[in-house]
Design a protein around this ligand. Structure first.
Ligand code: AP5
Length: 214
């Protein structure tokens, strides 16, 4: 199954993609996670991407498309994938279609998680991530068992630099300008599924599964 998660920053794409990927036994591929991992390892890609991410801007298409092309060659992606945070521009979507076509594959579902901007701003201020394993929490909606400590690895929880309020507003602006047009793109391709992202995590997951028919 080849699935894309669409939605504004903080809409819950990662939260749902992780759960769906576990259920379907296919990889959850987050371009944001891959870029952050490159930044923390100080790779050339990480050095090129850091300034864009910290400013709330998109990393240039050519860098992200190459990263995805490499990831799609890995063995675990051959049976399917759930992309989270990719594609984010029309050129990225067209490149992905072309890459998949060359492999005799295509996107089967694009799931758009719809959340209004004011809810996003509130959610982002409460998000915390583990600086060790990257697991995501929320100070109100998805609390760890011990405040400030990761349930999975006992790492320290922190606020992502690009979750500071001014950067979130910039990311939302970029989203509406460059990423939202993908909703019409996938609707025209006949693969769009839409869910209300303001409900509880488990309810949204059940709705996505229902719409995907699995
Ligand atoms: P990326 O990491 O992809 O960030 P994003 O798309 O902005 O998405 P987020 O990870 O912020 O949010 P999410 O929708 O996954 O929400 P989450 O599940 O965490 O990208 C970061 C940056 O990398 C970009 O700005 C860009 O610079 C660069 N980049 C990445 N991909 C790129 C690309 N393709 N092209 C160019 N540049 C790229 O949930 C958010 C919070 O809400 C969490 O705390 C969660 O616990 C909580 N939550 C989730 N669901 C619910 C719910 N139903 N109710 C209450 N709380 C909830």
């Amino acid at each position: 199954m080849n699935i894309i998660m669409l939605g504004a920053p903080g809409a819950g794409k990662g939260t749902q993609a992780k759960r769906l990927a576990e259920g379907y036994g296919i990889p959850h591929i987050s371009t944001g996670d891959i870029l952050r991992s490159n930044i923390s390892r100080g790779t050339e890609l990480g050095q090129k991407a850091k300034g864009f991410i910290d400013a709330g801007a998109l990393v240039p298409d050519d860098l992200v498309i190459q990263l995805v092309a490499d990831r799609l060659e890995e063995e675990d992606a051959k049976a399917g994938f759930i992309f989270d945070g990719f594609p984010r521009t029309i050129p990225q979507a067209q490149s992905l279609d072309q890459m998949l076509k060359e492999k005799g594959r295509k996107i089967e579902f694009a799931v758009n998680i719809d959340v209004p901007d004011q809810v996003i701003v509130e959610r982002m201020s409460g998000r915390r991530f583990c600086i060790n394993c990257g697991a995501s929490y929320h100070t109100e909606y998805l609390k760890p068992q011990t405040e400030g400590v990761c349930d999975k690895c006992e790492g320290e929880l922190a606020l992502r630099k690009d979750d500071e309020p001014e950067t979130v507003l910039k990311r939302l602006e970029v989203y509406h300008d460059q990423t939202e047009p993908l909703i019409a793109y996938y609707r025209n391709n006949g693969v769009l599924k839409e869910v209300d992202g303001t409900k509880e995590v488990a309810e949204i997951l059940a709705e996505i599964r229902k719409q995907l028919g699995y």
